[in-house]
Design a protein around this ligand. Structure first.
Ligand SMILES: Cc1ncc(COP(=O)(O)O)c(C=O)c1O
Ligand SMILES: Nc1c(O)cccc1C(=O)C[C@H](N)C(=O)O
Length: 462
């Protein structure tokens, strides 16, 4: 766990980039500057480990660019790129099944019975926990439900779940249905923390005040680590401490946080967390989810849904129907794990073993900072060269954001998005009018940012 001081502590990306540009005698907007930044990037080699979408084959692209064969991929906050090694290893797992048939459960490339154990160390590093505190299983939404069976224990007095007003739809529905399932009314039991009028971001003080004020009636606090729409980071340590002071359980949805920001779930005493692995961890669409339960609950008897995989491995196959619980989060496993999916998670986490989230954050400081500076330079005012302004909704403070920037345009986004897509820019739109762009430090370059901003300039030019 990195406890050292962050390399750029006390500076803003804008300051650091301006100093670097001055040192090179370049303007921030010059070609030479992105070339300089890419030449200094110690993580640049990771890009070669991923399959990049090609201009010639990516849907919607109509662009013949002699200098670039790849698209600019800024959608890793939704679906990570495919590591080049995935195909071959999935193939090996399939061959193990083909050749060893029933014995593939216990032998060969990634034996079924133990395959999920191989990912636990890597996952634990990513979330700041010990390996006994994490498992990989099911999908994110399913895992949230399973953990809420334990961590949402409503009583007449304490029945509320605190969540954000604009939570990701799945989280909203999960909370709503859990409340209904326990015989309570979502109208009374869903407690929303809201942004202030005409604001997009939520003030941490408003969360803490709400916990202080309503804490005695809150059974569970369920918030994201990084908000999917705005890219805002929530201070998980403070929220957890505030929740615990009031006797609430505290859990986080880390879909947009894992592999994006540094996490110390064990140290922060978070009760539980769930995430998906197909965004920043690059395991593939709909691949398995991760779950964390703090080790303080390793021996606590809590209500939970059970299956044969909740039973200790050493006696599981005695088939006695005499439940001998696995410890802690392992006991939440219900079904046997799928090796073809696990192998993709293992490979994805192995890529992270070759670096650290701290190192990625240091690159991200400059990479997303560079995007921010160029956007501000070209699009903060309507000028002779641009027809629209671009407002960055994501917090300006580096520690309050991951790599994603969410952009609101003063013009219709539809036309802009069409033009950008034709040029090979890959990003997404979230209604009503926000474009999300995530320069993922693991595989994106400063050149990508330069190309993206140039494409945007063309799309918005007068
Ligand atoms: C914040 C958040 N929660 C939940 C989900 C749903 O995840 P899944 O479909 O893997 O259950 C997603 C992504 O789709 C998400 O971004
Ligand atoms: N999983 C997705 C899918 O199958 C289709 C479209 C989008 C997704 C996503 O994961 C969306 C993502 N969670 C988001 O932040 O919006």
């Amino acid at each position: 766990m990195a406890e050292t001081v962050f390399k750029y502590e006390g500076s803003t990306p804008e300051q650091v980039l301006a100093e670097l540009a001055a040192k090179c005698g370049l303007l921030l907007t010059e070609v030479g500057f992105y070339q300089y930044l890419d030449s200094q990037d110690e993580l640049a080699h990771f890009r070669d480990q991923f399959s990049f979408p090609k201009l010639t084959t990516s849907p919607g692209v109509e662009c013949d660019d002699a200098e670039n064969e790849n698209c600019v991929y800024f959608c890793g906050n939704s679906l990570g790129l495919q590591p080049k090694s995935t195909k071959e290893h999935v193939q090996k797992v399939l061959e193990n099944w083909e050749i060893n048939n029933i014995s593939c459960h216990v032998m060969g490339h990634l034996p079924g019975i133990t395959c999920d154990n191989y990912v636990r160390d890597g996952m634990a590093n990513l979330v700041g926990s010990s390996q006994e505190e994490v498992v990989v299983m099911n999908g994110l939404s399913v895992n949230l439900h399973l953990l809420m069976v334990s961590f949402y224990q409503p009583t007449k007095k304490r029945h509320k779940i605190l969540l954000e007003e604009h939570a990701f739809p799945s989280d909203h529905y999960i909370v709503m249905s859990q409340i209904q399932q326990r015989g309570f009314d979502p109208e009374d039991s869903m407690l929303f923390v809201k942004a202030r009028p005409d604001e997009e971001l939520i003030h941490i003080d408003d969360i803490l005040d709400l916990i202080e004020k309503e804490g005695d009636s809150i059974a569970l606090i369920m918030l994201p680590g990084v908000q999917y729409f705005t890219g805002q980071v929530f201070n998980m340590e403070e929220i957890t401490a505030a929740g615990h002071r009031k006797g609430c359980y505290v859990g986080f949805d880390l879909a947009h946080a894992v592999g994006n920001i540094e996490l110390y779930l064990n140290k922060w005493e978070v009760d539980f967390a769930c995430w998906c692995t197909y965004k920043y961890l690059n395991s593939g669409p709909g691949c398995l989810g991760g779950a964390f339960v703090h080790k303080k609950f390793a021996k606590t008897k809590m209500p939970k849904f059970l299956g044969w995989w909740s039973h200790k491995e050493s006696t599981r196959f005695e088939m006695s129907n005499d439940l001998d619980f696995s410890c802690g989060v392992e006991s939440y496993r219900i079904s046997n794990p799928p090796p073809p999916l696990l192998v993709a998670c293992i490979l994805a986490s192995e890529i992270f073993d070759q670096t650290s989230v701290r190192q990625l954050r240091e690159k991200s400081f400059l990479l997303t900072g560079y995007l921010e500076c160029l956007l501000k330079h070209y699009f903060s005012d309507i000028s002779d060269s641009t027809t629209a302004t671009v407002e960055i909704l994501t917090p300006a403070n580096f520690s309050d954001r991951g790599c994603q920037l969410s952009l609101r345009f003063s013009c219709s986004l539809k036309e802009v998005a069409e033009k950008m897509t034709k040029k090979g820019m890959i990003f997404d739109i979230r209604q009503p009018n926000v474009m999300r762009v995530a320069p993922v430090p693991l595989y994106c370059s400063f050149h990508d940012v330069y190309r993206f901003v140039n494409a945007l300039r063309e799309a918005l030019s007068t």
